[in-house]
Write a protein that binds this ligand. Sequence first.
Ligand code: GDP
Length: 326
Amino acid sequence: MDMQDLSKRILAGERRALARAITLVESGRADHREQALALLDHLKGHGRQALRIGLSGTPGVGKSTFIEAFGMMLTGQGLKVAVLAVDPSSARSGGSILGDKTRMERLSREKNAFIRPSPSQSQLGGVARRTREAIELCEAAGFDVILIETVGVGQSETMVAEMADLFLLLLAPAGGDELQGVKRGIMEMADILLINKADGDLKPTAIRTCADYAGALRLLRKRPQDPQEFPKALTVSAVEHNGLDQAWEEMQALAEWRRSHGHFTGRRAEQARFWFEAEVRERLLAKLAQDPVKTALRELANQVESGDLSPSVAAQTLLQGHLALE
Ligand code: GDP
């Protein structure tokens, strides 16, 4: 496969080329990795910028219903929308849950929408890299909005927040006690809280829940880089399509503010640095866990333990002799 050719086809917005490229970045094979890196290199500096929106929420809160309705609204405005899913549990269950195309049937048939299920990779690091690279590919392919969906468990939210320009948290109408259940760290990451299911019998509860969250948000640390009304809480109904346009307006307003104050590119630069450092750390650790380095590490550790080598000399031997560093 010619990577220059593939990159041209991606830049021309060819979906099949994009799908193929994402398959390539997901592959664990060494030759595929090399091709993927060459491809990303060909694509750099294309000058396109999508709005990357992270979206999290516990199962059942309405993520796929929201994404379908929100995505249809955006494509209806002529925007191109990509949906990527991050589901760390899919590796365990042996198949992808999030991003399953049947979950967003109408959107998946839209010509200006592209939905990609979560890869079945076991390590969060692998999923993070694949998702970051898929985001880059979608951006190069000319998508205006990239939604990155994740279930509200574990570290996946932090990971998604670190690759998104905006982070949304979808919540269900709930009593006061349940409000406590949302971890403070997740609240702090969110730019906008969306209280979904504000329709029918649930509407009054949704409005009350929204007010409760708005109160909780006011107690959080202020963000000097954002207008003071952010982060904010809004009610929506994904089923009745209520509040989606207001939510989109708020997202655009926040993105626009950050752009005009230099925080948008600033945040992306910080994220790029974060991922570079994370990948270096992770790959070094992976090397330590692989033979022959693993065996050398164990043998040197034994020698340190028995007093034949000092810790510093052993460390130097490993870094110089086995990792070819220093
Ligand atoms: P996910 O697991 O977060 O993707 O949630 P789903 O989108 O599959 O929705 C879970 C359930 O909540 C489904 O039965 C939906 O029909 C329902 N649901 C989603 N959004 C709304 C909403 O805005 N209002 C109401 N009443 N139900 C909703």
